[in-house]
Design a protein around this ligand. Structure first.
Ligand code: SF4
Length: 380
């Protein structure tokens, strides 16, 4: 251990095909483009090498895109560039698409230091997977989880979507029951958001597909929470569930850095960093990204710094997404000037039953987690 903790995120934007709901920064990559990107990424890692060497890298997260589309040796090489002396205490996650892995590739990833997999399963109903444009089948997803376990991964997370067109509460429950039989250690459950211009949004706009009502979506979420909690998962964040008693050892340490307002370094196209109170975003343009790194320049496109009340609000809201909420003493010490005014707002919401205060911590009542945005608006 040598310095302040740092979480590292690495963006690998390539995907085999574009899913119908996706507006993430992802696209198919020809071998030439992939090579160009990896060379630029290696240059960016060299630019931040002094920071990597002066800090304790506690988590590394390869996200995308579909990082598992790249060969396991390429991923291992990238990981060793970032953290040449990787200790076993470092959480190293790879986002993986079940349609892109094999027992061989997973075994090789495990040997090279990856110790957590996050599979983008999304659904285990074949009609839903087809509608979402996913490249994998339900059978492939189940097989991928079995292979991951065989390859030595014990920390396995599965991502699901709900609120899909035509999806009933029963469909979601069935998917999750099948998911639970695979014994994952972590589950993420995200409500579908229709992103403008995506094929799915267009199909809904044209009435070719219709979304469930807000009440139906809330009802499905509640059924999912009851099912997962009944199976021994704790809901430690609005959309995230970890196996075991709180605090479960399977909580995503990387994502907790975001919610706890910790510092992180984002590498790659469009990646975001948060360092010393400033949020910086890399350019989304591949040409600009590669060109600037070629000239030895940082590829930052924008940066914003928040201080005082704005930073306090942002930090408090991030903490309130989690079941731990925040300790009043911590935020009062970090924002001595702004906190007393902010506390008046907290008190008002507490009187209305929208926040709980207990043992010096502020939390959202669990029943309000799903409608948290309505409470957060009152804190702005
Ligand atoms: S795999 Fe993920 S990043 Fe790639 S297109 Fe589908 S949703 Fe988007």
């Amino acid at each position: 251990m040598s310095g302040k903790p740092l979480a590292v995120y690495l963006h690998l934007p390539f995907c085999a095909a574009k899913c119908t709901y996706c507006d993430f920064l992802s696209f198919p990559g020809s071998p030439g483009v992939v090579r160009q990107y990896l060379a630029a990424l290696a240059q960016e890692v060299e630019l931040v090498r002094p920071m990597l060497e002066s800090r304790d890298v506690t988590t590394v997260y390869f996200g995308g895109g579909t990082p598992s589309l790249l060969p396991a040796e390429t991923l291992a090489e990238l990981l060793h560039r970032i953290a040449p002396n990787l200790g076993d205490w470092v959480e190293v996650t790879l986002e993986a698409n079940p349609g892109t892995v094999s027992l061989n590739s997973l075994s090789s990833l495990r040997r090279s230091g990856f110790n957590r997999l996050s599979f983008g399963v999304q659904s285990l109903r074949s009609g839903e997977l087809k509608m979402l444009g996913r490249i994998h089948s339900a059978a492939q997803a189940k097989e991928a989880v079995r292979q991951a376990r065989q390859a030595g991964f014990s920390n396995l997370s599965l991502d699901f979507l709900f609120g899909l067109p035509g999806q009933s509460r029963g469909d979601l429950v069935l998917t999750l029951m099948e998911a639970l039989s695979l014994e994952p250690s972590h589950l993420s459950l995200y409500a579908l958001t229709l992103e403008k211009g995506t094929p799915l949004a267009l199909a809904v706009a044209d009435d070719r597909l219709s979304l469930p009502s807000d009440d139906e979506v809330a009802d499905a979420y509640q059924a999912a929470v009851e099912l997962l909690e009944g199976d021994g998962f704790e809901r430690y964040e609005i959309s995230n569930f970890a196996k075991g008693e709180p605090p479960s050892p399977f909580r995503s340490r990387h994502n907790q850095v975001y919610w706890h307002y910790g510092e992180y370094l984002g590498l790659g196209l469009g990646a975001v960093s948060f360092l010393e109170g400033t949020r910086r975003r890399n350019t989304n343009s591949l040409e600009e990204y590669a060109g600037r790194l070629e000239r030895g320049e940082v590829p930052t496109a924008s940066q914003t710094g928040k201080r005082g009340m704005t930073a306090l609000r942002e930090e408090a809201i991030l903490h309130l997404r989690t079941s731990d909420g925040f300790a009043e003493a911590d935020l009062a010490a970090r924002y001595p000037k702004a906190f007393s005014r902010f506390r008046e707002q907290l008190e008002r919401l507490s009187q209305e039953g929208l926040l709980w205060q207990e043992d010096g911590r502020w939390r959202l009542p669990p029943a309000l987690l799903f409608v948290s945005n309505q409470v957060f608006l009152r804190l702005l």
